[in-house]
Write a protein that binds this ligand. Structure first.
Ligand code: ASP
Length: 449
């Protein structure tokens, strides 16, 4: 079976079915939001609400996410290995890989500079009422302490770089150390590329088989998304209502403004001037992936949809799309880098800590790296933020302040992360004309009646 067959299987049954699913997901979102707010308004402290959340909506949401995460390692591993093995030659991989890396560092830097400039300009942390802040700090204290504990275990500084190379791949997989797994997959893919024996061919086919099966299973799990999203929204609004949003309005506003500038200012410029693609057409063609990213708040969970969009809608060369999107789901997270920058500075302002220019430069550098190293899962940013806060001398328990609004902002930043990956795939495809014929052939085939 060729790689084209594989991708066709993966993409099969998408458009029409997926169009309907998208509406069901939106319906789940709106119904969950409305019923959560109703409950919050009329039966906030009722015991039954707590039971519904604890025994029905929370477990359903968790099961949905766990089903997706269960498939992430096999999917990431097989997609990356096959993607690289298919790059054909080590030389072309070198070029696409270097372009991807260069693109990620430049665009993430722009993102972080925008967000730090906005926080310094608007200073959202100054406007918060100290009593409300204390109340939120107490509400979030429990969640914050477990996050802080988790981040204390993770590596810092140069060790963080060393830890990308796993010393035991099984351990890396079992602890969901996605970057280390990706490193192994990259390495393994290069090995597979260099060994051309009948047996290595069989192995490559088998790994492609794993990819096909993982995609099929994710297709099943995604059918549950409307119910799961209803549950997520219900939990959020039944517990917090709009209160938290109001209290942290300034913070939320700055995050959204920063994300908006990147999404509707920087991305269209890259698309128009570098990728030579109409931004409007691009946004229209990628909306399935945006809706999925917004609803799941997970780049990893959105990866199959993003792959499908790159194939079916954008008609990008498959080898580039698969490589850039798979790596990008973890490593190219503009929204996450921006959010981390805004949050750290916001909390510093909030606790009255003045950060020098050097401190801010440190925050900037870490946020760029953090955008590369943050897991593409809901709330993946939180441990990283705790780590940066310790680095700049701000009480990491302050993270409790933002937990209440994190889910909503997570949905927004994940959308930027995923759209950013697709912008990267589009740009790198344009910058790699030697691989473009494949994409053109596909678009032509798709346009046939
Ligand atoms: N939820 C984000 C993602 O999956 C990561 C984060 O910023 O928390 O892309």
């Amino acid at each position: 079976m060729t790689s084209q067959d594989t991708a066709e299987i993966a993409a099969e049954g998408s458009s029409a079915d997926y169009g309907k699913l998208q509406w069901r997901i939106l319906l789940g979102f709106v119904l969950g939001l409305a019923s959560g707010l109703l409950v919050y308004t009329f039966a906030r402290d009722a015991a039954w609400v707590e039971s519904v959340v604890a025994y029905v909506t929370n477990p359903i949401g968790q099961i949905f996410l766990r089903l997706l995460f269960m498939l992430v390692i096999p999917l990431l591993f097989s997609a990356l290995v096959v993607g690289i093995a298919e790059m054909g030659e080590a030389r072309s991989l070198g070029r696409v890989g270097l372009k991807t890396l260069g693109y990620t560092v430049v665009v993430s830097s722009i993102a972080v500079v925008i967000s730090l400039a906005l926080v310094n300009l608007i200073r959202p942390g100054d406007g918060i009422d100290p009593a409300a802040a204390q109340e939120l700090l107490e509400q979030g204290a429990e969640g914050a302490s477990s996050i802080v504990a988790a981040s204390a275990e993770s590596e810092a500084g140069v060790n963080q770089v060393v830890a990308i190379v796993p010393n035991n791949i099984v351990e890396a997989m079992s602890s969901n150390d996605i970057l280390a797994v990706m490193f192994f997959a990259l390495f393994f893919g290069i090995g597979l590329l260099l060994v051309k024996t009948p047996k290595s061919g069989v192995l490559k086919d088998a790994i492609e088989g794993v990819f096909e099966v993982a995609m099929k299973l994710i297709g099943f799990v995604i059918q549950l998304a409307p119910i799961a999203i209803f549950c997520f929204m219900f939990n959020l609004t039944a517990q917090f209502g709009w209160d938290l949003l109001f209290k942290l309005a300034a913070f939320v506003g700055v995050v959204l403004l920063a994300l908006g500038i990147q999404m509707f200012g920087v991305f269209p410029m890259i698309l128009k001037f570098v990728a030579k693609k109409s931004p409007l057409a691009f946004f229209r063609q990628t909306r399935e992936a945006s809706v999925m990213a917004f609803s799941t708040a997970s780049s990893n969970a959105t990866l199959p949809t993003a792959l499908r969009v790159a194939d079916n809608e954008l008609g990008l060369p498959r080898r580039i799309a698969r490589f850039v999107l798979t790596i990008g789901a973890t490593a190219n997270q503009n929204g996450t880098a921006m959010f981390e920058g805004v949050t750290v500075l916001f909390l510093a302002q909030f606790f009255g800590i003045e950060l020098s220019l050097m401190d801010q430069a440190f925050v900037m550098l870490i946020c760029i790296l953090a955008g590369i190293g943050t897991a593409g899962v809901p709330g993946g940013s939180l441990p990283v933020i705790a780590l940066i806060l310790v680095g700049v001398g701000v009480d990491p328990a302050g993270i409790g302040l933002i937990l209440g609004v994190d889910r909503f902002l997570d949905m927004c930043r994940t959308t930027l992360n995923v759209v950013g990956d697709l912008v990267a795939a589009q740009t790198i495809s344009t910058l790699s004309p030697e691989m473009a014929e494949e994409g053109e052939a596909m678009s032509a085939r798709r346009d046939e009646p």
